[in-house]
Design a protein around this ligand. Structure first.
Ligand SMILES: [Zn+2]
Length: 333
């Protein structure tokens, strides 16, 4: 048993309370490798933004859970080395799908876990979430739960259709489970293809797809039911066209990829939404940078020469999100 406190990590309790009061949101960035982690920490340290490092089940399988834990521990030290005196870094399990997985993360030094039982019937979702909360809270680990179903594909999580969260269920759910935050479904979705062209309209000038707006009426109704309760948005990448264009220009094939417009996320961040998950955007930045190097310098075979530019582009992306979308810069001096 390792406590996250020994590792210099923090849970989400104080982070979220401050974010709701301050009208901003905490970035939750997924990581699977060293370059991604370096970019996240550099961006957070430079902007003095609290940050949530997310590890999915897929990331645990890809990178090894032991290595990931030590990487997160190393990230705290790295942040201090970069001049961030009191780093506020949370290590979070993204989409935990069983009590055993959540328990293993709690025992292993995570400071926060998500139990995603949203695909189960309502009462089963409550029962499983409650079980995870009861275990995690013994160690001061915070728990995110989910109500409603997001469309799209993210690692092992996938669903063809979304079902908005029902505002009339949230009080009962939060009270009976004791969860610390709630992921809701209001039209965001996982992956780089959040909407089909049929769901979108086309900008007549650019020919780009314009996605349908998020269901802010559902968000408002949820906030009315649960005033001041931390709300989480998954699947909130914006799929920046500059990266999609770069990928397509240098031999990739991502036609009609579309995400959530940043102005909608800014609006959400100003509300009780205090954690916004961004994964696909950094995958796109990484891929765009690597493709560019490969296209321009076909003789390059030193991974540092293409992973380095990828890291730089991701860092730029993370800083942009922190400063221009979430507003969390300067909130963790
Ligand atoms: Zn998610």
């Amino acid at each position: 048993m390792v406590s996250f406190k020994e590792l210099g990590l923090v849970n989400t309790r104080e982070m979220f309370a401050k974010a709701i009061k301050g009208g901003y949101a905490i970035p939750a960035f997924n990581f699977n490798n060293m370059e991604q982690l370096q970019a996240i920490i550099k961006a957070a340290a430079e902007t003095k933004s609290p940050v949530i490092l997310q590890v999915s089940k897929g990331a645990r399988n890809y990178a090894n859970q032991t290595l990931l834990r030590y990487m997160a521990q190393g990230a705290v030290e790295y942040a201090k080395e970069l001049g961030w005196e009191h780093p506020q870094i949370c290590l979070h399990l993204d989409h935990g799908d069983s009590f055993e997985l959540c328990k293993s993360c709690v025992d292993f030094g995570f400071s926060s876990v998500m139990i995603d039982a949203s695909s189960l019937p309502y009462e089963e979702n409550i029962a499983l979430t409650k079980k995870v909360v009861e275990y995690a809270h013994q160690y001061d680990v915070t728990v995110e739960a989910e109500l409603g179903v997001l469309a799209g594909v993210e690692d092992e999580v996938s669903s063809a259709v979304s079902h908005y969260t029902k505002p009339e269920e949230v009080v009962d759910f939060a009270t009976r489970t004791g969860c610390d935050s709630l992921a809701i479904s209001i039209g965001t979705s996982h992956g780089a293809y959040k909407f089909t062209p049929e769901q979108c309209t086309r900008d007549p000038k650019t020919g780009r797809l314009v996605p349908p707006p998020l269901a802010f009426d559902v968000l408002d109704a949820i906030m009315e039911q649960l005033p001041g309760f931390p709300i989480v948005l998954h699947g909130s990448s914006s799929v920046p066209q500059e990266y999609v264009d770069m990928i397509n220009k240098y031999g990739g094939k991502l036609p009609d990829a579309v995400g959530i417009p940043e102005e909608q996320l800014r609006k959400a961040a100003a509300s009780a939404v205090c954690k916004i998950n961004i994964d696909s955007d950094s995958r796109l930045a990484f891929t765009a940078a690597v493709r560019k190097v490969f296209a321009e310098k076909p003789g390059e075979f030193d991974p540092r020469k293409y992973c380095g530019p990828a890291r730089d582009l991701m860092e730029e992306l993370y800083k942009h999100k922190i400063i221009n979308v979430l507003g969390s810069n300067g909130k963790a001096e």
